[in-house]
Design a protein around this ligand. Structure first.
Ligand SMILES: Cc1ncc(COP(=O)(O)O)c(C=O)c1O
Length: 373
């Protein structure tokens, strides 16, 4: 431990001024509407869609239920090709729909699903592809759309890390059939817990809205076996307030990422991910790869070393989803089938990044990594 220094965590939630949030709470106390598409929900849905540059957005109480519902929305069955390199909720949502997940390998630059590997994994049972914009870095959206079109597959993006990400000014959320977001406390934009599905037409939005509210279309009519995945008024109020501060928060993240890149650039064996030209990033994470042959010690040793200095990085994503007991028996999960993901999961480490992270703290992280002791 390093008693002289305060702990530095991988993330800290972004919180708006409490006095401002109490103003929203007063309104909730006055009107006594706590949930069920209340006034804040309606307002937040509209303002968030406008902020993100998307046409149709449905709010959810968390990202996992949004993923589960996205698959229900498009009536996906059979097999879905997805990535082993993500948070478990991506594959769990497939499992919860009684669909077989089929893992395909990732590409080595940004660790997103590799379109070539996806195409090779298609079978007569495949109905959809579920890629993840890992760390908010865009997948190869054009290739995925071509594959989906050529094979008649649906395309659902897990965009949980990609708040506000744009390619040449166009929201990343406008690609594919559906995109799913998470506003969990640890994300670049949070509503305590929360999520959303983005779709491209009114009829699909209606189906999503029915599905998240038990299947009700009016007081007495239930048209589908929906679930309860509604966002509360508290979450929506938080979201409205967070929208005021999110640009500044993302700007701070960008500066921190840049400081890390400059500070780590000349350390042999540490690779940072560069921002992509034409892409507006949200820098929700700061992943680095540790090459033990060049750096001298393994990723796990670096992880322990940082902890010794009271710095808490996280091994996102380790283990791979395909290595968890539920999934490791699947043919596509067997050792050696996903060589790139199997290598990256042993080398990856996410360094602390959040808007209020001070320059002294960033310098401490860089300095420990520079010394390697
Ligand atoms: C890639 C990814 N998908 C899905 C989720 C699940 O979102 P939630 O925590 O809002 O349920 C998360 C994070 O929590 C995630 O990182």
């Amino acid at each position: 431990m390093d008693p002289l220094h305060k702990p530095i965590y991988v993330t800290r939630p972004v919180l708006p001024p409490l006095e401002e949030f109490t103003e929203y709470l007063k309104k909730i106390w006055d009107n006594k509407i706590l949930t069920n598409q209340g006034p804040f929900h309606i307002q937040f849905e509209t303002e968030l869609a406008a902020y993100l540059g998307v046409k149709h957005l449905s709010l959810f109480t968390n990202g996992t239920l949004a993923l589960v519902t996205a698959l229900q929305t498009l009536r996906i069955t059979g097999e879905v090709i997805t990535t082993p390199y993500s948070f478990v909720a991506t594959t769990h949502s497939i499992w919860w729909n009684n669909i077989k997940p089929v893992f395909a390998d990732i590409e080595p630059e940004y660790f997103n699903l590799d379109p070539d590997r996806v195409e090779a994994a298609i079978t007569p049972h495949t109905t959809a592809i579920m890629p993840v914009h890992v760390y908010g870095n865009p997948c190869n959206v054009e290739r995925f759309q071509n594959i989906a079109d050529n094979y008649g597959l649906k395309l659902i993006y897990d965009a949980a890390h990609a708040f506000g990400v744009k390619i040449n000014g166009n929201s990343i959320l406008n690609f594919g059939d559906l995109s799913v977001m998470s506003f969990h406390a640890t994300k670049a934009f949070n509503t305590f817990e929360g999520g959303a599905i983005i779709c491209h037409d009114e009829a699909t939005k209606k189906r999503i809205d029915n599905l998240k509210n038990f299947g009700f279309v009016n007081e007495t009519t239930v048209v589908i076996p929906g679930i309860n995945a509604k966002m509360t008024e508290f979450q929506a109020a938080m979201g409205l307030l967070q929208l005021k501060y999110v640009d500044e928060a993302i700007k701070d993240r960008k500066e921190i990422a840049q400081t890390y890149r400059e500070g780590l650039r000349n350390i042999p064996g540490i690779r940072c991910l560069e921002d992509v030209k034409g892409v507006e990033h949200c820098n929700s994470y700061f992943p680095v790869l540790i090459d033990k042959d060049k750096y001298g010690i393994t990723r796990d040793q670096v992880y322990d070393l940082l902890q010794k200095h009271n710095i808490y990085g996280r091994r996102y994503f380790y283990p791979l989803i395909s290595q968890f007991p539920t999934y490791r028996g699947l043919e596509s999960a067997l050792p050696g089938k996903l060589p790139v993901a199997e290598r990256v999961t042993e080398q990856i480490l996410c360094l602390p990044i959040y808007p209020t992270l001070q320059i002294e703290a960033i310098d401490r992280v860089i300095s420990v990594l520079n010394r390697g002791e």
